[in-house]
Design a binder for this molecule. Structure first.
Ligand SMILES: Cc1cc2nc3c(=O)[nH]c(=O)nc-3n(C[C@H](O)[C@H](O)[C@H](O)COP(=O)(O)OP(=O)(O)OC[C@H]3O[C@@H](n4cnc5c(N)ncnc54)[C@H](O)[C@@H]3O)c2cc1C
Length: 427
């Protein structure tokens, strides 16, 4: 329900106050006296029972953008989250995420990212503080890498802003990074970083919807009303489960081992006082494709420090009960990498960090499909470490399916293509 739209026939607080002011003083006094003499029995408040077009379970980046698009299309929506929007356990929590468009041969994601960027920019323009930081994204690695060449081809073909060059171009441009012989790179000039948890919260404010903090069960369907029943007795025509790493636990029979939550760590190092080389505009978002697992980082945004993470799957975890403390081995690996690539930060203190999780599908592709055999229940997830940037496009696609029941499901996002093999890494 939109926060500023009161239910029909219920006077608003403002209308009540205006009405009271219009009463003649004597009548008001008499009414007050009568009230005093004969106290009215209070009826217990009726539970909130309402019907909506769509109930969304999960106010992470996928659920929130789905709500936003549906509300813009005139649908009535309720949005539920067990812990709140962009909460500390959610995959959409924390400070920042990368948005880039070069995706190798996976141009389906390049197109989504380009579309999503417009929505993020619009949100950022009207938010209380910026959500999108146009830092640029520098992708670098060994020459001859197919992924890099395919990304460059897409950027060129689609006239998306970029620069590229060899190791001397890289080294001249970014003296604070140590490059090695034979490396090459692309700078996506239109890309950058998104503010994560606050971005989701700003989006929900922009959608003008209230989050209901409820732990939602798997779908309940009333044969009598032919509607989905919500725990408070309300009903909905459609249900969208955008429960991120919790999807498999809600639907174990369908999704166990198909959406797998893995433990991921991020580290923030503090540059020396007054050293601006590791903050925008001097340093863009960067990703180093020359290792076993991509190392990537975000320059110091909003004073959070120089962020670094490794795009390599950690052990399987439970997002409810996982202890979120950084490991000594993880910190040591990050420090060793920083010393090699960013010598100016070799002795930088660790000033923060975060443990969160990827919700990996078997092949890294998102899941946007109907629950098997149920036309009005949607499963949306499998962000697989690269879902945040594409939240707007994912939400748009889910909304389009609900608005047009004949719209075909994209095979790559279908339930049928989700297997149980080890997931590929992308971010
Ligand atoms: C370390 C790290 C770095 C990342 N980097 C990037 C990046 O640079 N770029 C990028 O694009 N992506 C990145 N990602 C991936 C991206 O953040 C995720 O793919 C995305 O946030 C997933 O969003 P979601 O809405 O599917 O899930 P979530 O954000 O987890 O939202 C699911 C919500 O559902 C709620 N919920 C679950 N079960 C229930 C229930 N039964 N009832 C009610 N509510 C429920 C939860 O409380 C939660 O808020 C990164 C992820 C991590 C962990």
């Amino acid at each position: 329900m939109a926060a500023d739209t009161p239910p029909k026939n219920v006077p608003t607080r403002r209308a009540l106050l205006t009405g009271l002011a219009a009463l003649p003083v004597a009548a008001a006094a008499a009414a007050a006296e009568r009230k005093e003499r004969k106290p009215k029995k209070r009826r217990p408040a009726k539970p909130k029972v309402q019907h909506v077009d769509v109930a969304i379970i999960g106010a992470g980046v996928f659920g929130a953008w789905t709500a936003w698009h549906l509300l813009r299309a005139g649908k009535t929506v309720r949005l539920f989250d067990a812990y709140g929007a962009g909460n500390a356990r959610a995959s959409s929590g924390g400070e920042s995420r990368v948005i880039r468009m070069g995706y190798g041969a996976d141009t389906i994601y390049s197109d989504m990212a380009r579309d999503s960027l417009k929505y993020w920019k619009d949100l950022s323009d009207t938010a209380s503080a910026p959500i999108f930081h146009n830092t640029g994204v520098l992708w670098f690695g060994p020459q001859g890498d197919a992924y890099t060449a395919q990304s460059l081809a897409w950027l060129q073909a689609n006239r998306v802003g970029h620069e590229h060059g060899d190791v001397s171009w890289l080294q001249n441009k970014y003296r604070q990074i140590q490059f090695y012989q034979g490396e090459t790179g692309i700078l996506e000039t239109e890309a950058g970083a998104l503010i994560a948890a606050r971005g989701v919260q700003e989006l929900i404010a922009d959608a003008q919807i209230e989050i209901e903090r409820v732990v939602m069960p798997a779908p309940l369907f009333s044969k009598k009303t032919k509607r989905h029943t919500l725990p408070d007795g309300g009903t909905a025509d459609h249900l969208v489960y955008a429960a991120g790493p919790w999807l498999a636990e809600l639907f174990p029979q369908q999704l166990m081992n198909k959406i797998v939550a893995t433990r991921q760590e991020v580290y923030h190092f503090g540059a020396p006082q007054g050293d601006t080389r590791f903050a925008p505009p001097e340093l863009p978002v960067w990703a180093d494709n020359s290792n076993n697992g991509i190392f990537y980082g975000i320059p110091d945004l909003e004073g959070a420090g120089f962020k670094i993470a490794i795009d390599r799957h950690g052990p399987r975890i439970d997002p409810d009960t996982m202890e979120r403390t950084l490991t000594a081995e993880g910190i040591a690996e990050a420090r060793a990498y920083v010393a090699r690539r960013f010598p100016g930060l070799a002795n930088a203190p660790l000033i923060g960090g975060r443990v969160c999780q990827y919700e990996n599908s078997s092949n890294g592709d998102y899941l946007i499909d109907r629950f098997p055999g149920q036309d009005h229940v949607w499963l949306v997830g499998g962000g697989s470490g690269h879902g945040f940037k594409n939240g707007p496009a994912v939400g748009k696609r889910v909304a389009a399916h609900i608005l047009d029941k004949n719209l075909a499901v994209e095979p790559r996002f279908s339930f049928a293509t989700k297997g149980t093999a080890a997931a590929r890494t992308v971010f």
